[in-house]
Design a protein around this ligand. Structure first.
Ligand code: IMP
Length: 174
């Protein structure tokens, strides 16, 4: 039977998300409207929480990309759902759940940069630097972790476990 072992608790995540929200606001400046671009589906839980910790004028939009089948990166990135609003001239922060090889984020940053935002930075909850295949800038990182496959708090394996309030490691098979 599959079990999930807790790796980062609900309280650990909440504390770090509060710090990240303050960090994002500090970087933007008090009066700058911040436009978050959440990467579906994994980032929606993190985005919902961090958005409420930024303060001031904050809006959000979502983009959906596909890059994975199972647990291996194919490097094939496709936009499945594009943004609903223009980002031209806006202070944009990409919100990602996890940066693994960096291929998804590098692709997204490239696409979004062509749309002329005033600023384009990235916030991710988790980063696995040992897995990087491309050097991609990430200004705000929640937790740096080892090369482990994690689930929960929006992260899935084959669409399961997104609803876990903590981040955990999958043990065993189904
Ligand atoms: P990258 O393009 O390899 O950086 O992959 C980024 C995407 O792969 C993330 O947005 C996740 O959807 C997925 N991913 C990478 N590592 C994990 C993991 O440990 N658990 C769940 N999803 C992951």
């Amino acid at each position: 039977m599959t079990q999930v072992r807790e790796f980062l608790s609900k309280a650990d995540i909440a504390a770090r998300v509060t710090e990240l929200g303050a960090e994002i606001r500090r970087a933007a400046g008090a009066d700058t409207p911040v436009h978050l671009v959440g990467v579906l589906k994994g980032a929606f839980v993190f985005l919902a929480d961090v958005m409420r910790e930024i303060g001031g004028d904050v809006s959000c939009d979502f983009i959906a990309v596909s890059s994975y089948v199972g647990t291996q990166s194919t490097g094939q990135v496709q936009i499945l759902k594009d943004l609903g609003h223009s980002i031209e001239g806006r202070y944009v922060v990409i919100v990602e759940d996890i940066v693994d090889t960096g291929l998804t984020l590098a692709y997204l940053q490239g696409v979004l940069r062509t749309r002329a935002p005033k600023s384009l930075t990235t916030a991710c909850l988790l980063s696995k630097p040992s897995r990087r295949k491309v050097n991609v800038p990430v200004e705000h990182i929640g937790f740096t972790i080892e090369d482990r496959f994690v689930v929960g708090y929006g992260l899935d394996v084959n669409e399961r476990y997104r609803n876990l309030p903590f981040i955990g490691l999958v043990q065993g098979g189904d």
